[in-house]
Design a protein around this ligand. Structure first.
Ligand code: PEP
Length: 253
């Protein structure tokens, strides 16, 4: 047994207007109002953050952003600063999602800068890592994850990273309907926890929550959560529907 509280987060990607986000968030807050044993976070699009915050601020559902830019302010058209995110009511920020790495040139170096900026502004980073299908087929999964973790977390002390959340998201499982088996995911989560122990010590390794992400649904969450090193989930598609997401949050393992 460990004392890591499960953390289940919904990444709404580029779906939902502000009004649609508020509607789903309100429904979700109602459906999970009795849940005390799981931390719940939703990450709507930037344009909906303040509206959603107003709708859920009295509930147990917490708010996160899907990305940030590391500068405080400046001539960076189209970017959003950590201060803006905090002022919209967010406590969390997703960093290094594979869609950002794949389509928007995110690298382990930019991930590192974003983590620094999030921490400096009191945001908890939810740091995404994961291998592509080709990398898994080439038996390169652990090398890739090792590199993503070492470069992403370079220069941080255990104290800096006490709150961080990691999300293992095999790229081949995101939005594809293919889920890693619970054994495949557990093997990677164990590897990551051992790596964190080597880099940051036993205490952080024991307390860091490592989420699994990749086609999580009400049907597979229970088995995933029964694994000793899986501490929650980052959910894309299935989090867009309040009822479906609530049944993931109410998982029975
Ligand atoms: C994600 O967006 O992080 C994700 C895991 O998406 P999906 O659940 O749709 O695979």
């Amino acid at each position: 047994m460990n004392n890591r509280k499960p953390f289940i987060a919904g990444n709404w990607k580029m779906y939902k207007t502000a009004a649609e986000s508020v509607e789903t968030a309100k429904k979700l807050a109602c459906l999970v109002s009795g849940v005390i044993n799981v931390d719940v976070m939703i990450a709507p699009p930037f344009t909906a953050l303040s509206h959603v915050y107003e709708a859920i601020k009295e509930s147990s559902v917490m708010l996160g952003a899907q990305n940030l830019f590391w500068e405080k302010e400046g001539a960076y058209t189209g970017e959003i600063s950590p201060g803006m995110i905090v002022s919209s009511g967010c406590r969390y920020v997703i960093i290094g999602h594979s869609e950002r790495r794949q389509y928007f040139g995110e690298t382990d170096q930019t991930v590192n800068k974003k983590i620094r900026s999030a921490l400096n502004n009191g945001l908890v980073p939810v740091i995404c890592i994961g291998e592509t299908e080709n990398e898994r087929d080439a038996a390169d999964t652990f090398n890739i994850l090792d590199k993503q973790i070492k470069m992403g977390l370079e220069g941080f002390s255990p104290y800096d990273l006490e709150q961080m959340i990691l999300a293992y998201e095999p790229v081949w499982a995101i939005g594809t309907g293919k889920t890693a088996t619970s054994d495949q995911a557990q093997e990677v989560h164990r590897f990551l926890r051992n790596l964190i122990e080597t880099l940051l010590g036993k205490k952080i390794a024991g307390s860091t929550r490592i989420l699994y992400g990749g086609s999580v649904k009400p049907e597979n969450i229970g088995e995933l959560m029964s694994m000793p090193d899986i501490d929650g989930a980052l959910v894309g598609g299935a989090s867009l529907d309040a009822e479906k997401f609530a049944s993931i949050i109410n998982f029975k393992s």
